[in-house]
Design a protein around this ligand. Structure first.
Ligand SMILES: [Zn+2]
Length: 239
């Protein structure tokens, strides 16, 4: 800490961490241990202001401050997106968005690993053999990728080519997803193979193509641009 630099007030630190849900604000990271980082360096601004502070994990803090692998423009966009998402969506909606960001990241890492393993070949048979072997051995990837591979092998993820785009939630939570539904980013999917069933206990929600784009923009630190605001109108899907 540079000489004469006052500590960040505890209230401010809490507010900054809360803004990112007590996780690293880099959308594809989400690490639980966070530090408060200055977007414009403290030595230039000589103050601690909420708008210039963001919660980062030690690794991303370092990638920003020291190695400059994250640029300021991207971090400013992430900060702006946090405000946008926090203002617009409730906690469950933010968790649903986060779920898709992580699921898509894992899907990408898995595909990268598979390509590395097989080179250009990606025939179904090879893929199957790879998955079985990966599950049997517990491949040396991070846990979430392994989890994803197991889910794929177990057939609980419909498509190998497409990243997962649906989530199963307890029946009746639709009301808490209303803004995502209204914005056209999420839709209620048909319950799979339920015929003549008496009580639904879960519902499947699916990203729309706009929702997929939205999640990608969010995870790539691009502007979220809520373009649908004016022309989509107040129509709320039946829940
Ligand atoms: Zn991080």
């Amino acid at each position: 800490m540079p000489e004469g630099r006052p500590p960040i007030p505890a209230d401010l630190e809490r507010a900054v961490k809360l803004e990112a849900g007590y996780r690293c604000a880099i959308p594809r990271c989400g690490h639980q241990r966070t530090q408060v980082a200055h977007i414009k360096p403290y030595r230039d601004v000589r103050s601690h202001e909420f708008d210039n502070l963001i919660a980062l994990c030690p690794n991303h803090h370092d990638l920003y401050d020291r190695t400059k692998e994250i640029n300021r423009k991207a971090l400013l966009q992430i900060k702006a997106n946090l405000a946008e998402i926090n203002g617009r969506y409730g906690e469950l909606e933010r968790r649903v968005l986060d779920h898709f960001v992580v699921a898509r990241r894992n899907h990408r890492s898995m595909h990268a690993a598979i390509q590395e393993y097989f080179g250009e070949q990606d025939a179904d048979g090879l893929f199957e053999a790879f998955l079985n072997e990966a599950v049997r051995q517990g491949v040396d990837w991070n846990e979430s990728v392994q989890h994803h591979v197991k889910a794929l092998a177990a057939g609980t993820i419909a498509s190998r080519q497409q990243p997962p785009a649906s989530i199963e939630l307890a029946y009746g939570l639709g009301l808490m997803l209303r803004n995502l539904l209204r914005d056209g980013y999420l839709k209620l999917a048909k319950p799979p193979g339920v015929a003549g069933s008496t009580t639904l206990t879960v519902e499947h929600y699916q990203l729309t193509s706009e929702g997929e784009e939205f999640v990608d923009r969010w995870s790539r630190a691009q502007s979220l641009e809520f373009e649908g605001d004016d022309d989509r109108g107040p129509e709320v899907p039946t829940e």
